[in-house]
Design a protein around this ligand. Sequence first.
Ligand code: ACO
Length: 351
Amino acid sequence: MIRSKILGLGSYVPDRIVTNEEIAYLDARHIRHDEKQTDTTPEWIRTRTGVEERRYVPNDESTTCSDLAQRAAVRALEDAQCSAKDVDCIILATLSPDIHFPGTAVFLQSRLGIDGDEGCPCFDIRQQCSGFLYGLQMADSFVKSGQYKRVLLVGAELHSHSLDYSTRGRDVMVLFGDGAGAVVVGPSESNGPRDGILYTKLGADGSGAQDLHLKVFDSQKMPHIQYDPAWGTPDVAYPQMNGKKVFLNAVRAMNLGTRAALQATGLTWDDVDWFVPHQANLRINEAVAKFAEIPEEKVLNSIQFYGNTTAATVPLTIDHHRKAGRVKKGDLIVSAVFGAGFTWGASVFQV
Ligand code: ACO
């Protein structure tokens, strides 16, 4: 059977750095005030979450999710040494789409200049923080089956426009940042024991759906939007999270997923170069590393610099450490993710 591999990787984050010192003073338009807008401290954010700074798009309403996706995609295509015209399928994972419909992948396709009569299929997937690995399993299956030869998989998020910048929303608001990561997946020429995408296993538990969600609208209602989006009922307009439950389930699922990945592939941590967990909270990742007995020096994090960029965290973290000279072409990675839904997954792949 054909095996698939990651042919190229790229990421993008906007230039504006928002530190833990600054964030308490920002309003919903990201304008800094002299008075605190949110009752929080840099110390609380750093010690409880690991986040030290995050990136925000410019606050001039010039940027969309597909914009961020395009910038990461262009870099991944360059890295794969192929052109946008070679892409025969797009999968875009996001929880912060440009608009409700159509999906953001078609906007990305247009931005890449590959729309038109011969345009490739475009999929949007909605698995939040697990989106990248859900997309990777789809891309892997498409390539292995011979259906497509160059799948562009992008995780992109524009969170900073949909957070509650008041004390009411502080538990969620301090966690998230804007950014995107992308890979190009295609057929592998080699079939060695370390080559390509070796394993991906996914799962979901819909009973956790209410523990982390953002409604915006409710299709049961007539009309489906029944609030003033600017100052109406904030529980509809902003993400709602049962932080402790999410935390505990994340540790459990990522630990079990990581152990299962090693068992299924017959690999040990001596064979694996890096562990790349989803970046939701540094304490979650430290607990997963402890329970799954992962050597500390093999764990890659980037939440300190970017916060939680949801579907983008895995490719963004790998690219961050590749730019720093740590991750090299051909390195073998175990990744584990957990997100809203609840959804989760673990994968073993070469970069
Ligand atoms: N600054 C200061 N205090 C805060 C803040 C803040 N930003 N946020 C919450 N607090 C307060 C709470 O109000 C609470 O105060 P109280 O004791 O007076 O009631 C206190 O800090 C402790 O709150 P906890 O909820 O117990 O804090 P915890 O240690 O659990 O940390 C956190 C909260 C960071 C949200 C944590 O629960 C967490 O990271 N959960 C998982 C997040 C996650 O994984 N999200 C999933 C990914 S996102 C996705 O899929 C879309």
